[in-house]
Design a protein around this ligand. Structure first.
Ligand code: SF4
Ligand code: SF4
Length: 317
């Protein structure tokens, strides 16, 4: 039993279990046009891992069984998978609501063509990462030019109705630049709205704050600055029991590019497949077992329970 499990067991009287699968998250590849300093997946332009159409067809099959409220497509840059469009079209044909996690700046690449219009035509919800509304801070995490391109992409998406029409959701994602927890989500959302509107005329549906997890490239950053222990102490000392019910592993299943199954995107980054008797590959999918599986946890889980809590859907309390 690890420290995280010990605390969960003490508070709730049992291990951490999945209670239902509302979100089916699909990582369709680790290739990304960026190489951000905080990326827990270590995505970059040189990564080759990419979900095949064969695995995508299996994802569509399990989505038909799970009937999730959303199929959340992520990467890397999901836009770089050549089968993205056919995947979305097939999911839509089966009446699944689709969401894409985009880093925004990739949408300005000429090779993306009419992709935003394709998203619009298929009613795809968008979650765009924009770590800060200040150019200098984004440059630190993402490198030169990414901020300008992200703003250009946001303006283009606003022009076709994203972030403005109620059915065209455009939520942004904030994660801290330094070794801190994110600020309170609703307060920061107001700041984002005001600053992005005043500076660039950009509108958004909402803001999701996500805590940097002590894994992947962010862990390397912590270690390089000799801050690992201090950051882990911050996460552990900020443990908030009210976050337990909403932990995303309790309400989702993640499929990696090669069909392996995970409790969440962070376990996916660590290669910790589902376990405790649950099938760990899409070929052996069993909805009854996976819906009630015991979650695989570790010290990194304190990143989800710190402060207001954190998940791919933003803060938890
Ligand atoms: S954080 Fe997002 S945009 Fe940055 S390298 Fe990772 S996947 Fe790409
Ligand atoms: S890291 Fe994953 S498994 Fe751990 S608490 Fe967070 S969502 Fe659950």
């Amino acid at each position: 039993m690890n420290n995280f499990e010990r605390i969960i067991k003490k508070i709730s009287g049992s291990w951490l279990y999945c209670s239902n699968i509302k979100v089916l998250q699909v990582n369709i590849g680790l290739k990304c046009n960026n190489q951000c300093s905080h990326c827990h997946l270590m995505a970059s332009p040189t990564r080759k891992e990419m979900m095949s159409w064969e695995i995508m067809k299996k994802v569509i099959d399990i989505a038909d069984v799970i009937k999730p409220s959303i199929v959340d497509i992520t990467g890397g840059s999901p836009e770089l998978n050549p089968d993205l469009k056919i995947f979305i079209e097939n999911l839509k044909d089966e009446n699944h609501q689709v969401q894409i996690r985009t880093n925004l700046n990739i949408l300005c690449d000429p090779s993306m063509g009419e992709l935003p219009k394709f998203f619009l035509d298929n009613g795809v919800k968008l979650v765009g990462s924009l770590p800060c509304y200040l150019k200098e801070n984004v440059k630190l995490q993402r490198g030169l030019q990414s901020f300008e391109k992200s703003i250009e992409a946001l303006q283009m998406l606003n022009d076709i109705g994203y972030g403005i029409k109620p059915n065209l959701e455009l939520n942004l994602v904030h994660n801290p630049i330094g070794f801190n927890l994110p600020p309170e989500q609703t307060l920061l959302e107001e700041e984002y709205r005001q600053e992005l509107e005043e500076r660039y005329g950009v509108k958004l549906t909402g803001l999701l704050t996500i805590t940097n997890m002590p894994i992947g490239r962010f862990l390397l950053q912590l270690e390089g600055a000799n801050q690992r222990q201090k950051y882990m102490n911050l996460l552990k000392n900020s443990f908030n029991p009210r976050t337990i019910d909403g932990l995303m592993c309790r309400h989702q299943l993640c499929v990696d590019w090669d069909g392996r199954l995970f409790d969440c995107d962070f376990n996916l980054a660590l290669g910790l497949t589902v376990n405790h008797g649950a099938p760990a590959h899409i070929n052996d999918f069993d909805v009854d077992v996976l819906s009630k599986r015991r979650v695989v946890t570790g010290d990194h889980c304190f990143g989800c329970t710190a402060g207001h809590g954190s998940s791919c859907g933003g803060s938890l309390v």
